[in-house]
Design a protein around this ligand. Structure first.
Ligand SMILES: Cc1cc2nc3c(=O)[nH]c(=O)nc-3n(C[C@H](O)[C@H](O)[C@H](O)COP(=O)(O)OP(=O)(O)OC[C@H]3O[C@@H](n4cnc5c(N)ncnc54)[C@H](O)[C@@H]3O)c2cc1C
Length: 540
């Protein structure tokens, strides 16, 4: 039966009447397809508002037990507001309660600050003036991009001023010979990708939050995502940055060269620094060519060992055309099918424990297709996969990706979501999901999914509401377990507020001390994104 399904799909793929698969990807940006749950939509949803209130009471408790407002920071006064109005357009100095409530609340509705001011600079000079002033007054600030971060890094902890880059969304240039894009930090990832696709390129990164997250936020979190397995880290793809330091100094590192070994490569310090060392205002980035042939397949595996075998086989058998290798357990896929509208199970007859989404991208349609078909038949014959489907048209490919990308959104519909983003040796990666299930038993739903091709597990634990009781069952166990495998407690989301004091699970005390020295050198008054990334204890 399983074999017939794959074979049938393969046969129908070679039918001339099929919908060209390359067009499937452009469907992802269709306004009809909700690709993510944006802050706007959850803020206006009454059901979500009640969850916000629940989260808020938890969070207030959590803030006060974890940290205290640094008494050296000033409180905002009317002179400050007048100054900001003299530097920015009046409408860019926001004190409106509703807009502040959005800026104060993170995507998971877990962290809620109490900022009274949101600033929306339009250019680097305005960012520089804001920071120079805040530094002189010792007013703490939070740089904010699309506010899709998952570790409480993008929202204030107390009353920090929010500096949003949303108004800095201009594309500056595209070098079409070398594929180098230069743009402002507030450009939304999806908009950049759409612009590039028209020019024959794509962004080297892609993530479920693409409709809201900004390239400045991506750089500041060193975002990984769905294309990492093919194009690698932003440390490799970002060629240059413009950054405004805490004292307002504009640091021009906006190079566009592939090779430049003159002195220390300072931009790397800011990639992944989560707004704690400076505000990224411009980015130049290498963009790969858009290739014409894209195929997407959803495959079912019986156990986790088979997923690993499939990964090894895909790296060997698909080689250079492999562009995504995402896995999800049956609990994750079922959650997506339950909560996402308009999504049906592409493999309704298989009740497998694991699913893998494979995407190939290449330049030779016939060759790529033949390669994928041969690979699927081989892995089916060897028993590595039990079942599978290749997307044949625009809606099938969209559904496959929607299921994988919608898991984060589906998770928060369950109520509270404790989210962990772990980097682990692939062979050990699923062990923590099984242990957590045993540990929590009926107290929570536990799902595992993520970027298996990069050894990156997303472990989501859902309960009706946030409670300290559940938290103490999860932490520090999850961090100790990860550390014992020499894994990382943050593969791609960063540390933010959530894990600032957990950094020692993944970094040596000498390394953390050196990070503290950099922080104090670049931001001696500690105004940039306080209480995040590093433990407070090393900054005193
Ligand atoms: C549905 C969903 C799917 C996701 N999938 C992935 C994924 O696959 N891979 C992944 O890595 N992440 C993923 N994320 C997490 C998140 O989208 C990324 O971390 C993203 O890079 C954050 O970008 P942002 O613009 O929203 O930044 P924000 O959330 O606004 O900010 C994140 C951090 O960066 C800082 N920051 C933002 N902009 C700037 C700037 N210009 N200068 C200095 N500091 C700044 C903030 O202070 C904060 O510390 C996902 C999130 C969601 C909601």
């Amino acid at each position: 039966m399983a074999r017939r399904r794959v074979s049938q799909l393969i046969t129908s793929l070679s039918s001339p009447s099929r919908f060209p698969i390359a067009r499937c990807l452009s469907a992802f940006s269709s306004p009809d397809l909700p690709r993510e749950f944006t802050p706007k939509s959850w803020q206006s949803n009454p059901q979500c508002k009640s969850s916000i209130n629940k989260a808020f009471s938890f969070q207030q408790h959590s803030f006060s037990s974890k940290t205290k407002r640094n008494p050296s920071y000033s409180f905002l006064n009317s002179d400050d507001i007048s100054y900001f109005k003299s530097v920015l357009e009046e409408k860019c100095v926001v004190q409106d309660e509703e807009r502040l409530s959005v800026a104060n609340t993170d995507w998971l509705r877990k962290y809620i600050g109490t900022s009274q001011l949101l600033l929306l600079p339009k250019n680097t000079d305005e960012v520089s003036k804001i920071l120079s002033y805040c530094n002189s007054r010792q007013l703490a600030v939070v740089p904010q991009g699309g506010n899709t971060g998952l570790v409480g890094g993008s929202v204030p902890v107390y009353d920090e001023v929010v500096i949003s880059l949303a108004n800095m969304d201009k594309i500056i240039s595209l070098d079409k010979v070398n594929g180098i894009l230069t743009c402002e930090a507030g450009c939304v990832l999806e908009n950049l990708n759409s612009f590039l696709e028209n020019e024959g390129f794509i962004m080297p990164l892609d993530l479920g939050a693409k409709g809201s997250c900004q390239i400045g936020g991506n750089v500041s979190t060193n975002a990984g995502g769905l294309r990492f397995v093919r194009y690698g880290s932003l440390h490799g793809n970002v060629l240059g940055l413009e950054v405004v330091l805490a004292n307002g100094t504009v640091l021009d590192m906006l190079g566009t060269l592939r090779k430049d070994n003159t002195g220390y490569d300072l931009k790397h310090l800011f990639i992944g620094s989560e707004g704690s060392l400076g505000i990224v205002t411009k980015v130049s980035i290498l963009t790969p060519a858009k290739l014409p042939s894209v195929n997407v397949a959803l495959l079912a595996c019986n156990d986790y060992l088979s997923c690993q075998k499939l990964l090894v086989a895909a790296k060997r058998g698909l080689g250079e055309i492999l562009s995504a290798f995402e896995f999800m357990d049956s609990h994750a896929i079922n959650l997506a099918l339950t909560h996402l509208e308009g999504v049906t199970n592409p493999l309704p007859q298989s009740a497998s424990k694991f699913y893998v989404l494979i995407e190939t991208t290449g330049s030779d349609e016939a060759n790529d297709k033949a390669k994928l078909e041969a690979f699927l038949l081989r892995t089916l014959e060897e028993g590595v996969i039990l079942d599978g489907a290749i997307a044949q048209d625009i809606s099938q490919a969209s559904i496959f990706w929607r299921i994988r990308e919608g898991i984060a959104e589906a998770s928060i519909k369950e109520g509270a979501c404790y989210k962990y983003d772990l980097s682990l040796p692939v062979e050990k990666l699923y062990g923590i999901v099984e242990e957590m299930r045993l540990r929590l038993d009926k107290m929570a739903k536990v799902i595992g999914y993520g970027h298996l091709g990069d050894g990156n597990l997303h472990l989501n634990i859902m309960t009706p509401e946030y409670t300290d009781n559940i938290l103490t069952k999860i932490e520090p166990f999850v961090y100790e377990w990860t550390s014992a495998q020499r894994g990382s407690i943050s593969a791609e989301h960063g540390l933010g507020f959530m894990k600032a004091d957990k950094i020692h699970y993944s970094k040596s005390s000498e390394a953390v001390k050196l990070m503290g020295s950099f922080k104090k050198m670049l931001d001696p008054k500690l105004i940039l994104n306080p209480y995040k990334v590093l433990p407070q204890s090393i900054l005193n």
